[in-house]
Design a protein around this ligand. Structure first.
Ligand code: FES
Length: 164
């Protein structure tokens, strides 16, 4: 197998830190993938060969785990907006909110705006069922989201991202 091309420094640093923190624990692959995604916002496919080699796994095994969990992103994302599509939220107006979010953002599920600002994803329960419909915008889980509140929260989160 030909040697992999060197990773960009930021990716190599994220991978090194993740390996350092987790490689000696049992079942290290998932925590390492989480750590890389937390550091970079995604898991660059170029990280797979050195990660597989470091853990003594095949590339296919690592790619299989990444592909199995929708949580992992193999492309850069923008501000992540997740709309809950599970039953309790749907019973509280979630379906209308889904339609609003897709129309308002001009995105379908799993799409990122061409300017890279926003990524829209479905999610199946955010653990906030009593306060549906629920969304997560960045790290914040928000409940009782109306279309108007959705717009305001997205605008607020984008403004916060722009603030140095
Ligand atoms: S069903 Fe939406 S948060 Fe649980």
């Amino acid at each position: 197998m030909p040697p992999s091309a060197p990773l960009p420094t930021v990716q190599q640093s994220a991978l090194d830190a993740a390996l350092e923190a987790h490689r000696d624990r049992p079942g290290p692959l998932l925590p390492i993938l989480h750590a890389v995604q937390d550091a970079l916002g995604w898991i660059p496919p170029a990280c797979v060969p050195p990660l597989a080699q470091a853990l003594g796994l095949s590339r296919a095994e690592v790619e299989g785990v990444i592909g199995f969990y929708p949580h992992f992103h193999t492309r850069p994302t923008g501000l992540l907006i997740q709309v809950c599509r599970a039953e309790a939220c749907q019973a509280q107006g979630g379906r209308a909110l889904e339609t609003h979010a897709r129309t308002r953002l001009g995105l379908d599920w799993h799409q990122t705006r061409p300017d890279g600002q926003l990524t829209l994803e479905p999610v199946f329960c955010l653990g906030n069922c009593a306060c549906g419909p629920s969304v997560r915008i960045g790290d914040q889980i928000l409940g009782r989201i109306t279309p108007a509140r959705f717009d305001a929260c997205v605008a607020e989160a984008l403004a916060a991202e722009d603030t140095p």
